[in-house]
Design a protein around this ligand. Structure first.
Ligand code: PXP
Length: 239
């Protein structure tokens, strides 16, 4: 049965819109855990547009489940991760002008720099995952440079407009799950997943954990965090 990691970045987005103290992503995380989330993810971006350093430190002290820190492979973020010691780190590419993470890491191209960051984080006892597009070469490169896990970028699948295009994307994801498993990697998935499109990915099997944020926080506005999380837990587990 797949697990659900809840990303609470966009609770912080609403808070930052006024620069005050509410809504607090740390409180949202506690509600998500009560509703059955298996872990909590936050992305500490270089520009601090949503999650703040204070959130990461507080989550580390208060979470009952696991803390997954999404971050760019920079010296600043590596230093923070080694201070906070999240259970896992997911390395993502980051561009200042993007609205959200736009694609996976080009692991093969940045092999040497990533290898060094992975080694530093693993030395600190942190599990390291690489966010990659569903391409076999990226999965193989992730293994080569010592990652524990990959998170398969599901954004292109989620944006596919025709059934045929969705099937093509699902096939790529499935091949990467198989290749990742063959190489002994833990396989997670995320980005763009919602209450309508997650089941087809869960039905492929082999995914350890889904990391989902925007759709859960959006639904929570209307039905509350607990119900929004519970509904998603059922979909990822029940497929
Ligand atoms: N996984 C990664 C690596 C991401 O960058 C994001 C977005 O922050 C997510 C999962 C969650 O995506 P969404 O908010 O679209 O569910």
């Amino acid at each position: 049965m797949a697990k659900l990691g809840v990303n609470v970045d966009h609770v912080a987005t609403v808070r930052q819109a006024r620069g005050g103290s509410e809504p607090d992503p740390v409180t949202a995380a506690a509600f998500a855990e009560l509703a059955g989330a298996d872990s909590i993810t936050v992305h500490l971006r270089e520009d601090r547009r949503h999650i703040q350093d204070r959130d990461v430190h507080l989550l580390r002290r208060t979470l009952q489940t696991r803390l997954n820190l999404e971050m760019a492979a920079t010296e600043e973020m590596t230093r923070i991760a080694l201070e906070v010691l999240p259970d896992s780190v997911c390395l993502v590419p980051e561009r200042r002008e993007e609205l959200t993470t736009e694609g996976g890491l080009d692991v093969a191209r940045h092999e040497e720099a990533l290898r060094k960051t992975i080694a530093q984080l693993r030395e600190g006892g942190i599990q390291v995952s690489l966010f990659v597009d569903p391409e076999l070469s990226q999965v193989q490169a992730s293994r080569r440079i010592g990652a524990d896990a990959i998170e398969i970028h599901t954004g292109t699948y989620c944006e596919a407009r025709s059934a045929a295009a969705q099937r093509t994307e699902l096939k790529k994801i499935e091949e990467c799950i198989r290749e990742g498993a063959r190489l002994g990697l833990i396989i997670n998935a995320g980005h763009g997943l919602n209450y309508l499109n997650v089941q087809a990915v869960a039905a492929l099997g082999g995914i350890e954990e889904f990391n989902i944020g925007h759709s859960i926080v959006s639904r929570a506005l209307f039905v509350g965090m607990e119900r929004a999380v519970r509904d998603m837990v059922m979909l990822v587990r029940g497929a």
